[in-house]
Design a protein around this ligand. Structure first.
Ligand code: HEC
Length: 195
């Protein structure tokens, strides 16, 4: 047999063996959302997603300016479609009392992202995570409203923060009325509002 052919058979055999080993091992890894994966898996996933966003997001900026009326309607948009998971205050404390992996990020940690990157990720969502894509059922303007609320969160006035605290508090009360008290006097969203 010629050497080149032998080389190809050995290479394909090796690849098939690696693939077969992966198929045997991977279903035995803990894929639970309540457990954190290892460092290598986290680094690879973050690298891929972050670069996918940077490469594809483009350079658009938010066409909506931060007027009082726009901020009010941005808050409504975020409250309706995002607060379930992210918390109205962006703290990541979710209404579902559930653990997520990848975890829900603190919105304030995303302020270094460009408007275009925020728009892109909200429009498309992230496959194999709980982050849904909104573009098929929401207008671009609605998505820009969510971006506006993301940008507004670090600038909340003390009065706005107080209102949000009340809103979160009354949600916990309403929840306890239907579900009974939460174990150990837990509050619906324990994370404190972003400073
Ligand atoms: C069902 C839960 C859920 C809903 C609803 C949701 N998100 Fe998310 N979001 C997530 C999770 C989980 C992540 C983390 C994904 C990751 O790290 O791969 C995330 C990530 C993000 C990110 C950052 C992307 C990243 O890679 O960390 C932004 C920005 C974001 N969400 C904004 C929003 C906005 C705005 C809305 C509403 C229009 C929204 N999300 C609705 C669960 C949700």
């Amino acid at each position: 047999m010629n050497k080149v052919l032998l080389y190809w058979i050995a290479t394909i055999g090796l690849l098939a063996a690696v693939l077969a080993a992966a198929m045997l091992i991977l279903p035995r890894v803990n894929w639970s959302a309540t457990a954190s994966p290892g460092d290598i898996e986290t680094k690879i996933a973050n690298y891929i997603i972050r670069n996918w966003i940077t490469i594809n997001a483009g350079h658009r900026t938010n066409p909506l300016s931060e007027t009082a009326a726009n901020v009010q309607s941005a808050k409504g948009e975020f409250s309706e479609h995002c607060a379930l998971c992210h918390g109205l205050d962006g703290s990541g404390g979710n209404h579902l009392e559930a653990d997520f992996y990848p975890p829900i990020p603190q919105i304030n940690e995303l302020q270094s992202w460009t408007d275009a990157e925020l728009f892109f990720v909200i429009a498309n969502g992230i496959r194999l995570s709980a982050m849904p894509g909104f573009s098929a059922h929401h207008s671009a303007e609605d998505i820009w409203k969510s971006v506006l609320w993301v940008r507004h969160l670090p600038k909340l006035t003390p009065a706005e923060r107080e209102t949000i605290r009340h809103e979160i508090g009354s949600e916990t009360e309403a929840h306890e009325k239907t579900m009974g008290p939460m174990p150990g006097g837990m509050k619906m969203r324990q994370a404190t509002p972003n400073p």
